[in-house]
Design a protein around this ligand. Structure first.
Ligand SMILES: Cc1cc2nc3c(=O)[nH]c(=O)nc-3n(C[C@H](O)[C@H](O)[C@H](O)COP(=O)(O)OP(=O)(O)OC[C@H]3O[C@@H](n4cnc5c(N)ncnc54)[C@H](O)[C@@H]3O)c2cc1C
Length: 390
């Protein structure tokens, strides 16, 4: 390093300090009020965290999937609600938008979302169900100068606060991506949807009623939205898995704290069999989830590339988070279910990780089908030579 240059601070250190000093202290209040902490999102923007995966030329950090996973894991340690609002801004909207947008669209939108001056949302799920995304009913029709979009989306994280949405609708039967600003005629956002967990990330329904979207708001090519939608689901699932690992790591930390105290008779709680069981099992599962996450996010294992890896790690980590949060509550007893001790919030938040970004059942289906497909392709390539070995 030459004299006068300062090494860029590692991302993990920036996030760790942000979490300790600014995220953790507000978590309980925003869970209670069920409101997005917009000022905190703007702080994340000022720290350069809202464009983790964006190229430096676009104002981002030029990071990869492992960097994105690290940030989400750290944030969820203190506040999974804020972490998912952050995910909706950085990954669901910004990362996805930047992958599709042309130069003019980038210049118009990115500086605003990177500073959280505009809040963004991604609108895929519809009231008829989110698992079968290809059955979406929202439609776009070509009209002079652009398109008219008609449809309803629901469970859209950040929608109550958002100024812009990435909306998927079918054009001639194929998924197409559009940028839709909130102030367009025909756009309406429903009231916040009250939910059991991740309450600091309000969500709402988004309705587009004969909404005119100009041609310059088409993202990418017409009828080519499906590929980007699937790619975006992959990074979303890895970041959600990272959040799950963050929740589990926090709960193990809380159990260690409890195990380090004395029981009513003055004996170390770590000698209690039930504390040992929950702590040891919780730790082992959390460590396994963390290893799988690092493998998938760091792309260390070719067998876990693409959807198999993303779905596998989310499937395992989401269940682990809920299980370990439940164990931590159990170890703490009644104090574990009291709001002011924070643990019950993590258990409530963890449940949503089994649904958002794909349910456990969707991951099971994807992993099973992809494994069988890969085996069939491998057998075909080897001319059936390996088939008898299976
Ligand atoms: C915290 C959170 C944040 C979210 N944020 C967003 C967002 O920003 N944008 C957005 O577009 N969406 C968002 N969602 C919606 C999310 O993507 C959907 O909840 C998810 O895709 C599941 O859809 P669903 O809830 O409509 O369940 P459904 O699809 O109605 O499924 C209901 C149940 O049936 C099961 N099921 C359905 N089909 C099958 C099948 N073929 N085989 C086996 N079982 C099946 C499901 O697994 C589930 O148990 C969010 C959800 C959560 C929880």
């Amino acid at each position: 390093m030459s004299v006068g240059t300062v090494a860029a601070e590692p991302l993990e250190e920036i996030v760790a300090r942000f979490v300790q000093d600014e995220v953790a202290p507000q978590a309980d209040a925003h869970d209670r009020s069920a409101t997005l902490n917009r000022a905190l999102l703007a702080r994340a923007g000022a720290l350069g965290l809202l464009g983790i995966t964006l190229p430096v030329a676009d104002g981002g950090r030029g990071g990869d999937m492992l960097d994105a996973a690290t940030a989400h894991r750290r944030l969820a340690w203190a506040d999974p609600g804020f972490a998912i609002a952050f995910l909706a801004q950085t990954i669901l909207f910004t990362h996805n938008f930047a992958a599709l947008a042309d130069e003019g669209q980038r210049r118009r939108v990115l500086p605003r979302v990177l500073a959280a001056e505009w809040i963004g949302g991604m609108a895929m799920t519809e009231p008829s169900g989110g698992t079968d995304v290809l059955a979406m009913r929202s439609r776009a029709e070509r009209v002079p100068g652009g398109y008219v979009v008609q449809g309803a989306k629901t469970l859209i994280t950040n929608a109550p606060d958002a100024q812009c949405f990435l909306v998927y609708a079918k054009l001639d039967g194929d998924v197409t991506s559009f940028l839709v600003e909130r102030d367009r005629a025909g756009v309406s956002v429903g009231p916040p949807i009250d939910k059991m967990g991740m309450r600091a990330a309000p969500m709402a329904e988004l309705v587009l009623d004969a909404c005119f979207v100009p041609r310059q708001n088409l993202l990418g090519r017409e009828r080519a939205g499906i590929v980007q939608m699937m790619r975006n689901l992959e990074i979303e699932r890895v970041c959600l898995a990272a959040m799950a690992v963050g929740v589990a790591e926090r709960c193990v930390h809380e159990m260690i704290d409890d195990a380090s105290s004395l029981d009513a008779a003055g004996r170390p709680r770590a000698e209690d069999g039930h504390v040992q069981r929950h702590l040891a099992e919780g730790h082992a599962h959390t460590a396994a989830a963390r290893s799988l996450l690092d493998d998938v996010a760091g792309r260390r294992n070719p067998a876990l590339a693409s959807r198999v890896g993303a779905d596998s790690v989310k499937l395992f980590a989401a269940r682990t988070a809920k299980d370990v949060a439940d164990r931590a509550v159990q170890v703490r007893g009644m104090a574990g279910v009291c709001r002011e001790r924070g643990l019950e919030r993590l258990l409530r938040d963890a449940k949503l990780l089994e649904i958002g970004g794909g349910t456990l059942e969707a991951h099971q289906r994807n992993v099973a089908l992809d494994l069988v497909r890969a085996a069939r392709i491998a057998a075909h390539r080897s001319g059936g030579r390996d088939a008898g070995e299976r």
